[in-house]
Design a protein around this ligand. Structure first.
Ligand SMILES: Nc1ncnc2c1ncn2[C@@H]1O[C@H](COP(=O)(O)OP(=O)(O)OP(=O)(O)O)[C@@H](O)[C@H]1O
Ligand SMILES: [Mg+2]
Length: 258
């Protein structure tokens, strides 16, 4: 089968000299969902920023049969929909509806069609009630949802989501899993949320020091790198006074007059 995304020997150094990527090899098959794991600072965001040409390092990237380069950038960006880690980098129009309709309009859709598409996308992420709100007035989780709607409205072939569950409440996370399971796109999901990855991805890639050092089943990678959060076995750190005489809250309640 043909790769939908193929990355060969990708390296990138920021202006201050930080070597964020150091010879990354990576591939994505059509239709698969892959989780990208790795410690803070291991290069995940830097890596995905190359997939639609936001950053341009040394190496080769092919997306949907196109080599990512200056002359293919517009075409590549119509194929790769990116939900950024920081929603504030993504939302810039005065209202939510205009923000989500911006992409489809930019792709040449009529105003009416763009609004229909944007309204559909906002409904999918549970934000249709906020059409007229200013994006900068939204809560962090709401911004995430609107940013995702903006990407869905453009109907890309590949969805790249950088920490999509950050700020989402538990029902929001569940809804996002259901939504992503329903969407036919090929997906690359950068996440620290192992349960989220297990629910969605069939494969995981592990980043360390700017390299993709492992690739395998999600459970296998989680086990191999001890990547699950488990608090069991950690002691509850109760204040000694709380143990002796109850918490200050309890004391206050007890001392209230009848
Ligand atoms: N604009 C920048 N200038 C200089 N260094 C940067 C810049 N952006 C990121 N870095 C550095 O590049 C390295 C990789 O950062 P990156 O944001 O890709 O990590 P990450 O794996 O996405 O981390 P996290 O899990 O915290 O999101 C880090 O050492 C970071 O400090
Ligand atoms: Mg990151």
């Amino acid at each position: 089968m043909e790769f939908l995304v193929q990355v060969r020997d990708l390296s990138y150094q920021y202006e201050d000299g930080t070597k964020a990527l150091d010879g990354v090899h990576f591939y994505l098959f059509p239709g698969e969902t892959v989780a990208l794991f790795g410690a803070n600072g291991s290069g995940k965001t830097t890596f995905v920023s190359h997939l639609n040409g936001l950053l341009q390092g040394q190496g080769q990237i092919d997306v949907c049969g196109m080599r990512v380069a200056k002359d293919t950038l517009a075409a590549v960006r119509s194929k790769v929909g990116m939900v950024f880690q920081d929603s504030d980098e993504q939302l810039f129009m005065p209202t939510v509806l205009e923000d989500v309709a911006f992409g489809p309009l930019n792709l040449g859709m009529s105003r009416v069609d763009a609004v229909v598409k944007a309204t559909w996308a906002l409904r999918e992420v549970g934000m249709e009630h906020a059409l007229d709100k200013a994006p900068y007035h939204l809560s962090a989780g709401e911004k995430k949802r609107v940013a995702l709607a903006g990407v869905l409205a453009m109907n890309p072939e590949i969805l790249v989501l950088d920490e999509p569950t950050t700020y989402l409440d538990p029902p929001g996370r569940r809804n996002l899993v259901e939504l992503l399971q329903r969407l036919p796109q090929t997906k690359l999901i950068v996440t620290h949320d192992v349960q989220f990855a297990l629910a969605l991805a069939s494969r995981a890639v592990f980043f360390e020091n700017g390299k993709a050092i492992a690739d395998g089943g999600v459970e296998e990678i989680v086990r191999r790198f001890d990547w699950n959060v488990s608090y069991s076995g950690l002691r509850v750190n109760a204040h000694p006074n709380a143990i002796r005489s109850g918490s200050s809250e309890q004391r206050r309640v007890r001392s209230l007059p009848d």
